[in-house]
Ligand binder design. Structure first.
Ligand code: ADP
Length: 269
């Protein structure tokens, strides 16, 4: 598979504080990558660099286009991002207006917009919310609207920067299941930056960063076994991962299991 994002020797600093010094990273088209690290490790800075909110001096290539001033508009069309507080910036009087706002900015015609809004609302299961005031929605609904606003213009890459960390566990699961479905239907590449290791269950690959450096990079189920690394950098190991690692030591199961029912079945056999 081809690389949709390449980060080559990226260096970035705020005033005299280096956040990244020669960072290298490649993400394949269609991959779901979780970038995890404790607070202050550089996740949001990386997300901002990847969407061009901070300058990266030609060291980031998106879909074969170097991210620079000449290509800014083209590259931005390929990437959508949702942040923790995206909903603070809602401007529409209704959810439909909120989603339409993005399309208006990209100069879509009004007759195209209506079907685009309905299609994305159906995919995100928010059709019934289209006439509501976005400010009156629950946290989970707001994040679904934020996702719809980003995905309606059909980006190739979705970046989720801590956007679901404050959402309750059940709603988070529901939203991640929706994103999984969308990933397949829309052939999305997903980059989820978080300090919550439970969010990585959905990923194909985990990259662990600390102080702007990559500590571990590999398939999800391999990286989640690195409990010593997570302990050292202060990331909480999810209960099911911890339990799986211990049961594997006793030879009771032979892989990491994230779901309690699946665990019970495996132990019962
Ligand atoms: P994370 O998202 O992993 O918590 P950040 O990218 O937000 O990490 O921050 C990385 C480091 O950069 C932190 O030490 C933070 O204090 C610093 N930082 C973030 N934004 C700025 C800024 N605008 N000016 C100066 N330092 C910043």
């Amino acid at each position: 598979m081809t690389n949709i994002i390449e980060v080559n020797n990226l260096s970035f600093r705020y005033k005299n504080k280096f956040i990244f010094d020669n960072l290298n990273l490649a993400i394949k088209e269609g991959e779901w990558v979780s970038i995890v690290g404790p607070n202050g490790s550089g996740k949001t800075t990386l997300a901002k660099l990847l969407v061009g909110l901070l300058p990266s001096n030609d060291s980031i290539i998106v879909d074969n286009l170097p991210f620079n001033n000449d290509n800014m508009a083209l590259v931005r069309k390929r990437i959508g991002i949702i942040f923790t507080n995206t909903s603070n910036y809602f401007v529409g009087e209704t959810v439909a207006d909120e989603i339409a706002f993005v399309l208006e900015n990209q100069a879509y015609k009004h007759n195209e917009m209506e079907s685009m809004i309905h299609n994305i609302a159906a995919l995100l299961e928010i059709d019934k919310l289209l006439d509501k005031d976005p400010q009156t929605l629950s946290g989970g609904e707001k994040q679904k609207v934020a996702l719809a606003s980003v995905l309606v213009s059909d980006p190739k890459i979705l970046i989720i920067d801590g956007a679901l960390e404050m959402i309750d566990a059940n709603t988070k699961k529901e939203i991640f299941n929706l994103i999984s479905k969308l990933q397949k239907e829309l052939s999305l590449t997903i980059i989820n930056l978080t300090h919550d290791l439970e969010e990585t269950y959905y990923a194909d690959r985990i990259i662990v960063i600390k102080d702007g450096c990559i500590l571990v990079d590999g398939p999800t189920k391999e990286v989640l076994k690195e409990d010593k690394v997570f302990n050292r950098i202060g990331l909480e190991i999810p209960f099911m991962v911890d339990l799986s690692i211990k049961l594997q030591l006793y030879g009771l199961i032979d892989k990491l299991i994230f779901d309690m029912n699946e665990m019970v079945d495996a132990l019962w056999q």
